[in-house]
Design a protein around this ligand. Structure first.
Ligand code: PLP
Length: 428
């Protein structure tokens, strides 16, 4: 008998080995993935295909700021997709205009360019710098050691870590690196070709190191003196994660002489879309029209769908006072981790960061770690997985916590308990 409905195609149903095999056979192996096959998430938790639940303290690397499966993000996606998903930047759409206004209002007069990722946001700032310095023959951007600015060719050239460049030389011309939080080194590195300085407000991938207030203020002064753009890569540390919209605002709170501090350009991505991929850069007056018609573009930048979601994310963050939550829950997490560091100095060396961007550095030579295996941070993460939590390594010795901004106090307490259980076993 002829089938009325054709047989559904064979699909993989929550079969760990089969899913991993699909990756091994068909996915370019640029990531050394953890042995967790995720099925779905809800709020601050994710579930693997075997049914195990994890508290997600990694938040998709600072992306899932409203947690997983946020009904409000879903609603915004559905509502906007019923109207229009994409039309291109040949036309005006209301969500893009409104989102640009929201970002400008949160910062200062200027304009916003929308793109799709952090690397692309940084790339926009690189091109802005080239335009800015072009007529004077200036093109160089000084960045910092241990920085991270994305995986494009210019991004790895800008990044101050050798490991991302290896095998891809020659690098794009015009990037130099000096130690972070070292104003003298920055001053000495400036050449007649220098056009901009680019730093992260808090170095994320490089190990969760915040800029000092003196550094930020000193860089602003230096840039004014030498007519350089001061650019901040806020892809990871921005979007209310530290308790303020931007980490530099948090770092400069109550610091005398910091009133009116502003960089000239800011790269954003990650939490901007709460999981919907998008990036953006803001550029301050009077540089906001340097990139004129035809000088830069991207097909998917600022689609009505992406912008509708990002507007909803900002609305929920304000309505639910999630910046304040990031501040208080982050403070709790950090204090508890510091307590653990005091109790177990042979396991946790230091705790750094602010708000819900926290790093803890592992002590060297933890005997329980297998020296011939993967880096200590990866071995720690594997143990956390066993204990029921996700976190993200930053380099070989630092663990990063970048959970949803709506992580509750109770969930944070659970996170501390899970981390403490791993730490106690390592100390035993
Ligand atoms: C500070 C910083 N800049 C840029 C990037 C690159 O962002 P994306 O992976 O979205 O290209 C990242 C990603 O981790 C980042 O942390």
């Amino acid at each position: 008998m002829r089938q009325i409905a054709p047989e559904p195609p064979a699909i993989v149903r929550n079969d760990v080995a089969a899913i991993q095999e699909l990756y091994q056979k068909h996915v370019v192996p640029t990531y050394a993935r953890f042995d967790v096959v995720v099925s779905h998430g809800a709020g601050s938790y994710v579930h693997d295909v075997k049914g195990k639940r994890y508290l997600d303290l990694g938040g998709g690397i600072a992306v899932c700021c409203l947690g997983h499966a946020s009904p409000e993000i879903t609603e915004a996606l559905v509502e906007q997709s019923r109207k229009i998903v994409h039309i291109s930047n040949l036309y005006y759409t209301e969500p893009q205009g409104r989102l640009a206004k929201a970002i400008v209002t949160a910062l200062a007069p200027g304009k916003v360019f929308f793109c799709n990722s952090g690397a692309e946001a940084d790339e926009g700032l690189f091109k802005l710098t080239r335009k800015f310095g072009h007529d004077e023959g200036r093109f160089e951007i000084i960045t910092t050691v241990n920085s991270f600015h994305g995986r494009t060719l210019a991004g790895i050239s800008a990044t101050g870590q050798e490991k991302v460049k290896k095998g891809f030389e020659p690098m794009v011309q015009g990037f130099r690196h000096v130690p972070y939080n070292d104003l003298d080194a920055m001053r000495e590195a400036i050449s007649p070709a220098t056009a901009a300085i680019l730093i992260e407000g808090i170095q994320g991938e490089g190990g969760v190191t915040p800029a000092t207030a003196e550094y930020l203020l000193g860089l602003r002064k230096l840039c004014d003196e030498k007519k350089l753009l001061l650019l901040i890569d806020a892809v990871q540390c921005g979007h209310f994660r530290t308790g303020r919209f931007q980490s530099f605002q948090r770092i400069l709170e109550n610091v005398s002489g910091a009133d009116g501090f502003l960089p000239d350009g800011i790269a954003m991505a990650k939490s901007l879309g709460g999981g919907f991929p998008m990036g953006a850069f803001w550029v301050r007056e009077p540089y906001q029209d340097l990139l004129g018609a035809g000088t830069h573009g991207t097909t998917f930048g600022g689609t009505p769908l992406a912008c509708a979601v990002a507007l909803k994310v900002i609305e929920v963050i304000h309505r639910d006072k999630l910046a304040d939550n990031a501040r208080t829950v982050g403070e709790f997490l950090k204090t508890e981790l510091e307590r653990l560091a005091v109790k177990y100095p042979n396991v946790i060396k230091t705790v750094r960061g602010m708000g819900l961007l926290i790093g803890f550095e592992l002590a060297s030579g933890i005997p329980a770690f297998n020296a011939s295996e993967r880096a200590p941070s990866l071995q720690f993460v594997n143990r956390l997985h066993e204990a029921g939590a996700l976190a993200v390594p930053a380099g070989n010795h630092v663990l990063r916590l970048l959970p949803p901004l709506n992580l509750s106090r109770r969930e944070a307490e659970e996170g501390v308990e899970i981390i403490a259980s791993v730490v106690a076993k390592l100390a035993a």
